[in-house]
Design a protein around this ligand. Structure first.
Ligand code: SF4
Length: 350
């Protein structure tokens, strides 16, 4: 438990010690009580993770699904990682079943929103990865099904459990929350003071005109407002923001788009991660060829923007970025009916 973590007490350990006027020898005792309080506050019932219902593996990635209490299925992907001779696993978790935001390039969007997952169902994905696959999960990324900031409270609580001493004991810098850029949610996240949490923003376009075409959310929350929220957020974070850019042939992959994107990103402390498009089922677009991906990354760098490219994994398994959500297993409507594909909820979330 970091002394810097300011919630749910509302202040860091150092602020608390200062407010109480603690002298050096009193700080150790206070620290113990502070840690106990934080552990209690972060406590949730450790979920009995449901059995893994389906699994697919391609020798590299493992994708698995678990039943939820409402009768749907989560999907998660175990991703092997290695660096400097050490290997471990990252887990891509879902925060919802389906998604209401209707991005045109995304398989999950085809389901509409079926269910918000509970904190237990989110944590349960990690439990299953460890229990059923022996994964050593050292990194969690909220890049599976759903928009995490539209299920704010459950996602925040799951992150507390991931970081708790009795939980996964991850540091926040090993957790990445990926959002389309829900502005109210970004502001709420900034308010939690989790300075080391990684934030990734799915931008995917250099202009409002293109973004509104492929991401309906942009019509309600345009790029200028999003950048304003990110600039505010950066004051509450120690991390670079990751700008994700799914490169779609004929849509957003021209050299001029790279220059426009670099201009947009200039005020931000960010890295652009170029993700070669992974076609959804019935996709109107193909995957980009290697040459156009390299050319786009180089054009960004030439314009002065720090840029990387994501290595494509799991495309054949429908386990790559933007491909989760099996339409065959998402038929049962929740009480109250389904949110239609493309619904954009405006205003406060969570
Ligand atoms: S890209 Fe993300 S926000 Fe957009 S529809 Fe897919 S899951 Fe939802």
């Amino acid at each position: 438990m970091s002394h810097r973590q300011p919630d749910p007490l509302g202040m860091t350990f150092d602020e608390l010690a200062g407010a109480l006027g603690c002298r050096a020898h009193e700080r150790a005792a206070l620290s113990r009580r502070y840690r106990a309080f934080m552990r209690g506050a972060a406590d949730v019932e450790w979920p009995p993770a449901g059995p893994v219902r389906r699994r697919q593996a391609d020798g590299e990635l493992t994708k698995f699904a678990q039943a939820t209490a409402a009768g749907f299925e989560t999907e998660s992907v175990i991703i092997p990682m290695s660096r400097f001779g050490r290997s471990w696993q990252a887990l891509c978790v879902s925060s919802q079943v389906g998604c209401a935001l209707g991005c045109t390039f995304c398989e999950t969007a085809q389901l509409g929103l079926r269910q918000n997952l509970s904190a237990g169902e989110i944590v349960g994905q990690v439990v299953a990865a460890q229990r059923d696959f022996g994964a050593a999960v050292r990194k969690v990324v909220f890049m599976g099904m759903g928009e995490p900031l539209d299920n704010f409270d459950a996602v925040a609580q799951a992150i507390r459990v991931f970081c708790d001493q009795r939980g996964l004991q991850l540091s926040k810098e090993r957790i990445t929350l990926s959002t389309v850029g829900r502005i109210h949610g970004i502001r709420r996240l900034a308010g939690l003071g989790w300075r080391r949490l990684n934030l990734a923003v799915s931008l995917n376009a250099p202009s409002d005109e293109i973004r509104s075409r492929i991401m309906p959310v942009n019509r309600a929350e345009p790029m200028d407002e999003l950048r304003g929220a990110l600039l505010d957020y950066a004051r509450h974070s120690d991390q670079y923001i990751m700008i994700e850019y799914v490169l779609i042939p004929g849509v957003n992959d021209a050299p001029a788009h790279a220059r426009q994107l670099a201009d947009y990103c200039r005020p931000l402390r960010c890295c652009v991660n170029v993700i070669p498009y992974n076609p959804r089922l019935d996709s109107p677009w193909p995957a980009p060829d290697e040459r156009s991906v390299t050319a786009f990354v180089e054009a960004l760098r030439a314009a002065g923007q720090y840029a990387t490219r994501r290595v494509t994994k799991g495309r054949d398994l429908m386990a790559a970025c933007g491909q989760l959500g099996d339409r065959r297993f998402a038929r049962r409507p929740p009480p109250g009916g389904l949110a239609p594909v493309g619904l954009v909820r405006v205003g406060p979330v969570g």
